[in-house]
Design a protein around this ligand. Structure first.
Ligand code: SF4
Length: 363
């Protein structure tokens, strides 16, 4: 039985220009129907024990207090004593009342979607909040005792310079927050930017930005523990580590992905259909080789890397026979062994996609 659960809350107050996620502007009536359905879905899973619970979106903290409580009640009794329960939050909806309620239910980690501390850039990407609101929201979370915070930032945005990225990081470092997730802008076909034909950031500039991000984070005592994630004081995202270490997790709600007994599934993204007929998961028919490659791909995103003997046992494949050529090519500068795990070096993280293509070619 999985010990982790992702819950997708697909409602937003406005639509960001870059967004390709499953989300909707919604009426209260639709939210009520959705809530009835998701509670049934949770019940049908008969979840017993959870070490990590993650409410992602969409904008989970857009739910009213009553709706949140109703949803949270479905998990009462399932969470272990030292659980990690993360809720993704947009700064403009964070209130004292809401944070107190989160505390009461056992939410102990907040992931705040800031994206940039510069109003000019926030406007460009269609975020409804400004920098002041974000700073006030972070301050409020800290004052109310949320010490496990993560901030989301973005780089490679239209009109964003290297100096803009540095300014955002300087502000981030001044906040005393222990976790940063920082993503480069991807132009998704189904996003407003995709439809407007906005071009992605120049590759060289994006690479320079990434290099600077890694450098500055390290200078400020942050571990680069996953391609897009940095932490100090070992505040790793326990939930995301489940994805990166080839473990099962429940995926609940319209637009959620999960994996049970090693089989990946995706719930319907059609919220009207979800409200009537439930999650209607499509099961991804991956071959054993595809699953084995996915495990390599996810593990090599992190500095903890791949437990090769566990992988060999699980997939019945001799790792060294299959990948000797790749190892010969990359070990040393780009890949390293640590405690019998194969992990990327910092340089390896920079060219991870190239390394993975070479692994894939041997499949
Ligand atoms: S980026 Fe997040 S907040 Fe913005 S529209 Fe997408 S899901 Fe909603």
């Amino acid at each position: 039985m999985p010990r982790s659960c992702y819950v997708h809350i697909p409602f937003c107050g406005s639509i960001c220009y870059y967004c390709g996620f499953c989300k909707r502007l919604a009426t209260d009536d639709l939210k009520t129907k959705w809530l009835d359905q998701i509670k049934k879905e949770i019940q049908n899973k008969t979840i017993s024990k959870l070490d990590t619970l993650y409410f992602g979106g969409g904008t989970p903290n857009l739910l009213s207090k009553e709706m949140f409580a109703d949803l949270a009640l479905s998990f009462s009794g399932s969470l272990t004593e030292d659980h990690e329960w993360t809720v993704e939050c947009n700064p403009e909806y964070i209130t004292k009342d809401q944070l107190q309620m989160f505390h009461e239910w056992g939410v102990n980690r907040l992931s705040i979607g800031v994206q940039s501390f510069q109003d000019r850039l926030l406007k460009k990407i269609g975020r409804p909040h400004n920098a002041k609101q974000a700073l006030e929201a972070i301050d409020l979370c800290q004052k109310l005792g949320f010490d496990n915070l993560s901030i989301d930032l973005m780089y490679g945005l239209p009109d964003q310079s290297l100096d803009d990225v540095i300014q955002d990081l300087k502000i981030f470092f001044s906040l005393g927050v222990d976790h940063l997730s920082i993503y480069s802008l991807q132009i998704e076909e189904n996003s407003i930017f995709g439809k407007q034909g906005i071009l992605p950031c120049d590759e060289d500039l994006e690479a320079d930005m990434f290099e600077e991000i890694v450098k500055l984070c390290k200078e400020h005592g942050f571990e680069h523990y996953e391609i897009s994630s940095f932490t100090r004081n070992h505040r790793y995202s326990k939930h995301n580590l489940v994805y990166w270490t080839d473990q099962d997790f429940y995926g609940i709600g319209c637009g959620a992905t999960g994996r049970e007994k090693g089989i990946l599934y995706e719930n319907t993204k059609d919220i009207n259909a979800y409200c009537i007929r439930g999650p209607m998961p499509s099961f991804l028919s991956e071959t054993k080789d595809e699953r084995a490659f996915d495990a390599i791909m996810m593990s090599l995103r992190t500095q903890f890397g791949l437990d090769v003997s566990a992988w060999e046992k699980r997939y019945g494949i001799n790792f060294f026979e299959r990948y000797q050529k790749v190892l010969n090519h990359y070990l040393g500068t780009y890949l390293r062994w640590e405690n019998k795990r194969l992990a990327p070096t910092e340089k390896g993280m920079e060219i991870l996609n190239t390394i993975l293509v070479d692994f894939l070619d041997e499949n």
